[in-house]
Design a protein around this ligand. Structure first.
Ligand code: HDE
Length: 703
């Protein structure tokens, strides 16, 4: 074949369009810098540093002939691409992460030597990852699920990972049950569905046979598992940990995160619709908040207690299915965390970050909670398989920001090149190799006695008392949501005996709850309750366990959507917008066309969202500002009808002008105290701070 360069037909066509045959605006050769639109660019190279002259065409025997195996450029690019994915986390695969800082506001010097808890005013960098549990990495943000709340503190004394959840209790008491729990909740192995849902047979079958799960079941059926925003969830370390002071004394501690914006949840029907409208609802919300400089913030608080106090609790604090009510051991706020920087690269940071509960610093230690003890093994093991090397700590997101050094060597993807002949300790050959330090990590000196056995402590036997306490602590609205969630979930369970077994457990929690769920499931007789392992205790209700009770009287962090159309009154829109922004909310304009609407005064107002793609589920409250003509035009738009119906159905405040009110009528939407005059901005903002809870009974049958 001739060596002569040929130009293909497509090459000729590109040349006619002013492009080089390879598609670039100018040909780059031999690694020199070349010009394409946008300025000077370094030469694109292979991973060996060889500059590419053509990144658009593979090497072919002739322009229409077979591709040659010789093409190392093609092979390198495709092979790297083939290996781009690493195993996703078996749980907590779907997540949002951000950088920020932790600042201590009150010292715990009396209790611990951990510098991060003693140096008031010191700022420690953090990377926080908030996740769902059951779904895969590409699943939606808003299923009913627990949220993982993992914080890596890059302290001056090493990395401390506090790997918690947005719920203070867990399903099981012993780590050995975790693989079964997760296999039960994940998609069923024969059919590969459902993705990211507890509403299926295998989950409820396992739960119905695991009475210790009942407390967590109450939490997951509550609105805590359908949060409005990741900025509006609490976080809990769940287990008891120990703090150790300079005298070697230890104090038990539970860790808490409390959101500055208060707690807020969605309505179940709303969460379902958000999943369709914006799969990335929570990730986008966090991204937008950080981009706007409205940084997500949490208070950090501790509950501190001694062994003697723990001995008086009506439960065992080593049992992760139990919480310590705030009324029993008050929370002491000691710091705050602010997330102020979005990662540069999702994979490098949010995906590769490796949390391990075993990462603690001197002054912090573990309790004997058998669930925690199992986790101390699991996470490191998981990282070895996911990140593929014992050197995962060298990945920038995982590397401590303080000096670290030891005699561990080699392994896959070793980035360090330690010099010298000494790779052991102790040694006498090196003058500067790392040595032990007296102030280094010490475990709490605890005496352990007793017989080795596979026996659960009798103090772990009470499975219903705190479940009952949680249910009775809720407002009537929240109780109705719990009952309705149970009816929804169990209605998806095909096996009647599983539904019955669950209702049997509910009878120990609260007979009225069991009755409501049984009625919702259409039972004609009440199933028997199982024999409890320990009698149910009557515990004082704890209002701190509510969501509604912990909503803040604010619209900060909330979004108000204003639906407009051609002919809308710009003055009214502007006033609502100003009132909302002054109160700390953000505002989005929704119109039938993204280019905007022509207002009554003839000016154009651009939209932030096009009506069909921006339903009201994306907002906390809405305003409907329409001319009579606009209302009429929108009466033909199902997206507009759904907009107002859903806003009403999801108990949101709605501000309307004359046209807006007419449109509600067309859409057959009722009027109540939450539907306010668009000119009464204060009334609207006040209504937007909450949900119209009383409306719910008039529009939805709850269990
Ligand atoms: Fe986890 N858990 N877990 N877990 N967990 C993982 O580790 C495990 C438990 C939690 O954003 C895995 O790196 C066992 C309780 C969070 O990267 C894995 C047991 C709590 C995250 C693992 C538990 C959690 C994980 C999967 C029972 C709240 C995400 C990927 C003993 C206190 C961290 C990974 C992130 C992730 C094991 C129970 C929270 C498989 C064996 C209780 C927030 O190692």
């Amino acid at each position: 074949m001739s060596e002569k360069k040929t130009t293909s037909n497509s090459g000729r066509r590109k040349q006619e369009r002013g492009l080089a045959p390879n598609g670039n605006s100018q040909v780059a050769t031999g690694g020199e810098l070349h010009q394409i639109a946008g300025g000077e660019h370094a030469a694109i190279t292979t991973n060996q540093g060889v500059a590419l002259s053509d990144n658009q065409n593979s090497l072919r025997a002739n322009p229409r002939g077979p591709t040659l195996l010789e093409d190392f450029i093609l092979r390198e690019k495709i092979t790297h691409f083939d290996h781009e994915r690493i195993p996703e986390r078996i749980v907590h695969a779907r997540a949002t992460g951000a950088h920020g800082f932790f600042e201590l506001t009150a010292s715990l010097k009396q209790y611990t030597t951990a510098r991060i808890l003693t140096e008031v005013g010191e700022k420690t960098p953090v990377f926080t990852r908030i996740s769902t549990v059951a779904g895969g990495a590409g699943s939606v943000d808003t299923p009913r699920d627990i949220r993982g709340f993992a914080v890596k503190f890059y302290t001056k004394e090493g990395n401390w990972d506090l790997v918690g959840n947005n719920i203070p209790v867990f399903f099981i008491q012993d780590a050995i049950k975790f693989p079964d729990l997760i296999h039960a909740v994940k998609m069923e192995p024969d059919r590969g569905f459902p993705q990211s849902a507890t509403a299926h047979d295998t989950f409820w079958d396992f739960i119905s046979l695991t009475p210790e799960s009942m407390h967590t079941v109450m939490w997951i059926m509550s609105d805590r598992t359908i949060p409005r925003s990741l900025r509006m969830i609490e976080g809990f370390g769940v287990h008891s940990f120990r703090l150790i002071n300079d005298a070697g004394e230890s104090t038990f501690v539970k860790f808490h995160w409390r959101p500055k914006l208060g707690l807020q949840s969605t309505i179940w029907d709303e969460a379902v619709k958000i999943s369709g409208a914006d799969q990335d609802f929570h990730r986008r919300d966090m991204f937008e908040a950080i981009a706007a400089g409205v940084f997500p913030e949490w208070e950090f608080a501790v509950q501190l207690f001694t062994q003697a106090e723990a001995d008086r609790f009506p439960f065992d604090h080593l049992d992760a299915t139990k919480l310590i009510p705030e009324e029993l051991v008050p929370l002491k706020v000691i710091g705050r965390m602010v997330l102020d920087r979005w990662p540069n690269n999702f994979f490098a940071e949010t995906e590769q970050v490796a949390y391990c509960p075993s990462h603690v610093v001197p002054g912090i230690d573990f309790s004997n909670d058998p669930l925690l003890q199992g986790r101390l093994l699991s996470y490191h093991d998981t990282q070895l398989s996911r990140l593929g090397s014992p050197n995962f700590h060298q990945i920038p997101i995982n590397a401590p920001k303080c000096p670290f050094s030891n005699q561990q060597r080699d392994g896959h993807m070793q980035m360090e090149q330690p010099a010298g002949r000494v790779a052991y300790e102790p040694n006498s050959l090196s003058e500067n190799s790392p040595r032990e330090t007296a102030s280094g990590f010490h475990s709490a000196a605890v005496t352990e006695t007793g017989e080795k056995s596979r026996i659960r402590a009798a103090s772990f036997a009470d499975h219903y008392s705190q479940a009952r306490q949680f249910y009775l602590s809720q407002t009537a609205y929240e109780q109705a949501h719990i009952a309705s969630a149970l009816v929804f979930e169990l209605s998806k369970v095909e096996h009647l005996h599983v539904r019955e077994a669950m209702v049997g457990h509910l009878r120990h929690i609260e007979e009225d709850l069991a009755n409501r769920v049984a009625a919702g499931l259409g039972f004609d007789k009440m199933p028997d309750a199982p024999v409890p392992a320990a009698p149910v205790q009557e515990l004082e209700p704890s209002p701190a366990l509510q969501v509604i009770g912990k909503m803040k009287d604010t619209v900060m962090g909330r979004v108000i959507g204003i639906l407009i159309a051609d002919g809308s009154d710009g003055t009214v829109i502007e006033k609502i917008k100003k009132a909302a922004i002054d109160a700390g909310a953000s505002v989005k304009i929704v119109a039938p066309k993204v280019g905007g609407a022509k207002l009554a005064d003839g000016s154009m107002l651009a939209a932030d969202g096009q009506l069909a793609g921006t339903p009201s589920v994306l907002f906390d409250a809405v305003a409907v500002i329409l001319s009579d003509g606009g209302a009429k035009a929108l009466s033909m738009e199902s997206a507009a009808i759904d907009f107002v119906r859903d806003a009403f159905g999801h108990l949101k405040a709605i501000a309307v002008d004359k046209g807006g009110r007419a449109f509600l009528k067309i859409a057959n939407v009722g009027q109540d105290a939450g539907v306010v005059d668009a000119n009464e901005n204060d009334v609207f903002i006040a209504a937007a701070k909450t949900r119209q809870w009383d409306r719910e009974k008039s529009i939805r049958t709850l269990a």
